[in-house]
Design a protein around this ligand. Structure first.
Ligand code: APR
Length: 251
């Protein structure tokens, strides 16, 4: 570990140790070590799939069978993924009373699998499917993906993963809660997001303008690093988060 990173870790731990109101904002980067590819950048899912085709609502309605053939592969990977040390460190910080809530752009449910509570699913979740005709919601596990598109058990309508597609709004309750938790926190930990997709990308600036300290964890500088971040911890979430937890525990 570089001397600079060591100092920044100690600095972040010291600033966090005295707060009881930390909001965590996570993106795809936190789940990379769980075997789920990020969207953008090297090795990103969007190198393989065009988001305008796979997760665009208009296209999904037009050709749901094609979209489901690709989605089936993605939800299959997510279904068998396990949380990694970064998710577990956040759960520990929550048990210690520091973290109040986790706003995640991820649809993989790994924060909940890691035992975290108060998780705001900003972009929904692929653990459920929703019927676009009657709005019924079912666990993905109950759906036979041998048939694409799978029909609604209730009305035969079109089922879609209950994740937010391009062209769809953020679930209103999640958006409201995320904004309140951003405005009311003392510090925000921003982990593994490129900060390129709105409105999630604006939450760190909202927190900062409300007086919060912003700490970012990412192996690469993001769009947020120079615009909204106070302390940048450069490294992989699965390595940095256990180190940060250990520093805080040292007291
Ligand atoms: N630890 C931490 N961060 C990592 C790691 C890692 N091991 N590996 C990669 N990253 C970082 C990358 O440097 C990048 O900044 O994670 C970020 C991933 O960025 P994106 O793929 O753009 O993911 P995200 O910011 O969550 O995307 C936002 O865009 O496609 C939509 O709805 C989708 O929720 C998603 C949203």
């Amino acid at each position: 570990m570089s001397h600079h990173l060591e100092l920044e870790l100690k600095n972040a731990a010291k600033r966090l140790a005295n707060t009881r109101k930390v909001t965590v904002l996570t993106g795809a980067g936190i789940s990379v070590a769980s075997g789920i590819r990020p969207f953008r950048g090297k090795g990103g899912l969007w190198e393989k799939y065009d988001p305008e085709v796979v997760v665009n609502i208009a296209n999904f309605r037009r050709s749901p069978a094609d979209a489901w053939l690709m989605l089936r592969e993605i939800v299959g990977v997510i279904a068998v993924a396990d949380p990694n040390p970064a998710h577990l460190a956040i759960t520990m910080l929550q048990k210690m009373g520091l973290v109040r809530c986790i706003i995640t752009q991820n649809v993989d449910g790994l924060h909940q699998k890691a035992g975290s509570r108060e998780v705001v699913e900003f972009h929904g979740s692929t653990s459920r499917v929703v019927c676009l005709e009657c709005n019924a919601i079912y666990p993905l596990a109950d759906v036979d993906l041998g048939v694409v598109p799978p029909p609604c058990f209730n009305c035969g309508g079109l089922l879609k993963p209950d994740a937010v597609f391009f062209g769809e709004p953020i679930p209103p309750a999640a958006l409201l809660r995320a904004r309140v938790e951003s405005q009311q926190c003392d510090a925000m930990l921003v982990i593994g997001t490129s900060g390129m997709v709105e409105p999630a990308a604006s939450l760190p600036a909202l927190a900062r303008s409300s007086g919060a300290l912003i700490i970012e964890v990412n192996p690469e500088p993001s769009w947020l690093t120079t615009t909204a971040v106070d302390i940048f911890l450069q490294g992989k979430a699965e390595e940095i988060m256990p180190l940060l937890l250990a520093e805080i525990e040292k007291g």
